[in-house]
Design a protein around this ligand. Sequence first.
Ligand code: MG
Length: 267
Amino acid sequence: MQYLFNAQDLIYSRLKSIAHLFLFSDYDGTLVPIAARPELAVLPPRRRELLQKLSRLSGLTLGIISGRQLDEIKNLVQLEGIFYAGNHGLELEGPGLSLLYPEARATKPIIDQVASHLSEMLASIKGVIVENKGLTLSLHYRLVSEAQVGVVEETFYHITRPLEEVGKVKVTQGKKVWEVRPPVDWDKGKAINLLLTQCQEHPERKEILPIYLGDDVTDEDGFRAVAEYGGWGIFVGAKKPASQASYFLLSCQEVDRLLALVLLMRQ
Ligand SMILES: [Mg+2]
């Protein structure tokens, strides 16, 4: 894993010469710093402006791939004509595309049930946020006091483990969050694959360079997916040798620098 701006020669030449660029990015922790509460993670105007300019280039396609609900991520980013993947890719939308992963809906009643159990059982613990995202659920414990995290974890697994054991749900984790998902073989990487396959059906977009920016465990699937296309996985955060990403950037501010550079090279 290399610091992206140490590989500038390669970056300049590839960004300039490639026929089509597909730029994918995660949202929380990548385009915006992780906020205390999910609703506080708002995209700064300058970053939106950069993304908007990029989205209007003919040789570039933009995709935001998030663990958030589709409607929510669309509202936060507020850009037209780009691709959005919500709930880790279970919901996809963009020019000529609207897709809900077929079996995901079947898990919805279980997600609702888990959400109400967790809310009830953890009601007395300050800082717990149970976020029912329809197709998946997130339990945020960022604001929970350290002394009580253990109780929250125990409760979470007490409820979800039996369901996971019989194959009714899948449990994953990220930064200060535990998640419950449908037990389907689908993730951010597979969503990216689908978008790339579709993109390449376009005669002028056979030669394509995919880039994926992400900061968390679930983004590793995205890094793997773009690597299979000869693309670049870019991890946002302090260098993480175990990651599948080929490069890293230190912060969301450095993502701005990259976006500006891409704009300059592709204009
Ligand atoms: Mg993230």
